[in-house]
Design a protein around this ligand. Sequence first.
Ligand code: FAD
Length: 398
Amino acid sequence: MKFDIAIVGGGPAGLSAAYSASKHGAKVILIEKDPSFGHNVRTSGVTWIKEIEKFEISREYYNPIKNFSFVSPTNQIMISGNFNSACVLDVRKTYQYLASRAASEGSTLLVKSQVIDVKKNLQGHSSILKVNSPSGPLDVEATLIIDASGFTSFVSRKLGYVESWKRYGIGAEYECYCDNVDNETLCLMVGQIYSEAGYAWVFPLSKNRLRIGVGIGKPNSSTDPLVKLNQIMKNRLPPLDTLGKIQPLELHYGMIPNEGLRTTSVFDGLIMVGDTVGQANPLVLEGIRYAIEFGRLAGRVGAESLQYNSSRDSLLPYEVANKNLLEKKIKSALKVQSRWLGLSDSEWHKEIEIIKELSIDEFLDFIKSDFTYSKMAKLAFNHPKMMVKQLFNLVLKK
Ligand SMILES: Cc1cc2nc3c(=O)[nH]c(=O)nc-3n(C[C@H](O)[C@H](O)[C@H](O)COP(=O)(O)OP(=O)(O)OC[C@H]3O[C@@H](n4cnc5c(N)ncnc54)[C@H](O)[C@@H]3O)c2cc1C
C-alpha cells in the first residue's frame, strides 16, 4: 500500500496530523494499535476551554471547571474563579470526534493495527512500515512518516534517532461513580501521603462522575502509583472523605515524558509530534492541546513538504515553531517542577500559602506555565512577600 504520509499512533497528535495533512491534499493513512480511538485512556483530560475551543472542541465534549483547590496533609486552599476557564474532557468522545474529522477529510484510519517495524528505502525517498492488522500483515510505504506513537516514540527509536525517555511520570487513575461531586472544582493533592514525587488529583466529569488519580515522577520515586492510589482510596484521604460512595468504573494508566523537548523533531522523511518529542507542559502533565496544535502543524508542513520528498530542510518550519513556541516555556516549567518534586510536607504547607496569594488570573498564568518575562516580573513586583518573590525569581533565572 502506498501513501504520501503514514501516521503512527491515533492519540490527539496523530489524529490531528491526519486531519490537517488530508485537508492540505495529502494521501494519508493513520495506524493505531488499540481496537478503537480513545479505547485505552492514558490521560486525565484536563485542559483549557479557550484553547480547546480553537480546535472546534465544544461544550458537549467537556465538563467546565471554575475553581481550583489544593490539599496538603496540613493545609487546604481554594482559588475561586469568576468564570469557567478549565475543563475535564470526555477523552474517548473527544478522540472519536478527532478521528471522525480526519476521516471526513479523507484519511484512511486503521484500528487494532500495530506497527512492528520500519525501514528506510533510501533510493525511493520513502519508508516502509510493517503492520500487523486485522486483515493480516501489511507493508505500508510512505514518503513521510509522522511519529505520533506517544511515550514509546516507536518509529524514531526503531530508526535509531532517539532513545527511550529517562525522566518521566507514571499515572494511575480510577474513573468513578461518586455520590457527592462538586463538578465545578478540580483538586490537586500534594505531600508524601499522596505522592512522594508528584501529586494526586480529583477531576470531576459530572455531578456523579470523577477521576481520582496519582502521578509519580521517575526516577525520583520507585513507588507504583497504583499502590499509592489504592491507599488513598482505602483510607479515604481528603478530599475523598467528602465524596460519599465511591465506585471505580474504569482504571486508566499512562506514562508521560518529563525532560523537555528532544534535541530535534525532524529528520529526512520523519516528523515527531506530541509525547514522542516531549511537547507536554511538565508542571501539571498537560499535553493534549499541544498534541492537537502541533499535530495540525505537522500535518500541514508535512503535506507541503511532499514536493521536496519531505527532506529535513522542507520540514524545518515545523522544527522552528516547535522550538520557538515551546522550548522556553517547558524549561521554566521544569525549574518549578524540580522545586516541587523536592518539597517536604511542611514546605508544601508554605508553598500552598504562596499560591493562595495569587489572583485567579495570576494563578491561571502560573498553572498554564505562561511564564513570559513581563508577566513574571509583574508578579514578583505585585507580591512583596519574600516567599512569592523566590518562586518567581526561580522562573526568571536563566
Ligand atoms: C497520567 C497522565 C495524566 C495526564 N493528564 C493530562 C491532563 O489532564 N491534561 C492534558 O492535557 N494532558 C494530560 N496528560 C498528557 C497527555 O495525555 C499527553 O500529552 C497526550 O496524550 C499526548 O498525545 P499523543 O497523541 O502524543 O500520544 P498518546 O495520546 O499517547 O497517543 C499515542 C498513540 O499511539 C499508539 N501507538 C503507540 N505505538 C504504536 C505502534 N507501534 N503502532 C500503532 N499505534 C501505536 C498508542 O496506542 C496511542 O493511541 C496526561 C498524561 C498522563 C500519563
